[in-house]
Ligand binder design. Structure first.
Ligand code: COA
Length: 213
């Protein structure tokens, strides 16, 4: 039913996979629209207690916004596309816990999407960067705020201004990710964590998330 994502339900855990591996799962408009629709579907499904978001293939979680859609845009017209129902905000405000399962490149809007999730699990091969400034734009998907809230202004500033890519162990040290595991254990470890959370009382889970936010 969806073209750019897949949605799978494994008991109480739903897995949403961005499925454009030939484009390193870059976020185009269709991915945004379909993912928001999927989250709306999952929000209403009481059987789903936890959501895991990942990227298809072994190389990339999400390599950022789809650059091919930038043609003819200016930073200002791009800014105008951001609103309350962006995928980033919909994830942030999703009432159930969301885990990012970061399996490779986690760049730009990909990192912003991971930041909008509640917990980040990363494989040892994952790499993180906010490369927007190299394209003459800013991390407009909430990166400047969520990254700064998470790792602090000094580190966030350096990451955004230098575009330096952080390997998974550095990301863990920065507090950008919760856990780093070998690539071949990422799925099992993420599902174990998701399952553990899914067993908690659902309304309390929701209220805990709301209170922490
Ligand atoms: N938007 C659109 N397409 C993208 C993309 C993006 N953000 N990132 C990668 N792709 C596409 C490439 O164009 C290429 O497509 P093609 O095979 O049709 O030419 C495919 O994904 C594979 O990428 P490629 O660059 O060949 O892989 P690589 O291993 O040499 O490099 C990266 C990997 C991630 C370092 C590199 O793709 C990259 O820098 N991507 C852009 C990252 C970025 O700036 N994102 C932020 C946007 S705000």
């Amino acid at each position: 039913m969806y073209e750019t994502i897949t949605l799978e339900k494994r008991g109480a855990v739903a897995v949403l996979t961005i499925n454009r591996p030939d484009k390193l799962n870059a976020l185009n408009k269709k991915v945004h629209t379909e993912s928001v629709a999927a989250l709306d579907e999952l929000r209403a499904d009481d059987a789903v207690r936890v959501l895991v978001i990942t990227g298809s293939g072994e190389k990339s979680f999400i390599a950022g916004a789809d650059i091919s859609e930038f043609e003819g845009q200016t930073p200002v017209t791009q800014r105008d596309q951001f609103h309350d129902r962006t995928l980033f905000n919909v994830i942030d405000q999703f009432p159930k816990p969301v885990i990012a399962m970061v399996n490779g490149f986690c760049l730009g809007g990909g990192n912003e999407l991971a930041l909008a999730c509640d917990i980040r699990m990363a494989s040892e091969t994952a790499r993180f960067s906010q490369p927007e400034i190299n394209l003459g734009i800013i991390p407009g998907g909430g990166g400047t705020q969520r990254l700064t809230n998470l790792i602090g202004e000094v580190r966030s500033m350096e990451m955004i201004l230098t575009v330096d890519m952080s390997a998974a162990p550095t990301a863990e040290k920065l507090g950008l990710v919760n856990h780093v595991v070998p690539a071949d254990q990422l799925e099992a470890e993420t599902m174990k964590l998701a399952q553990k959370i899914a067993e908690k009382a659902p309304i309390a889970l929701q209220l805990c998330k709301e209170a922490v936010k």
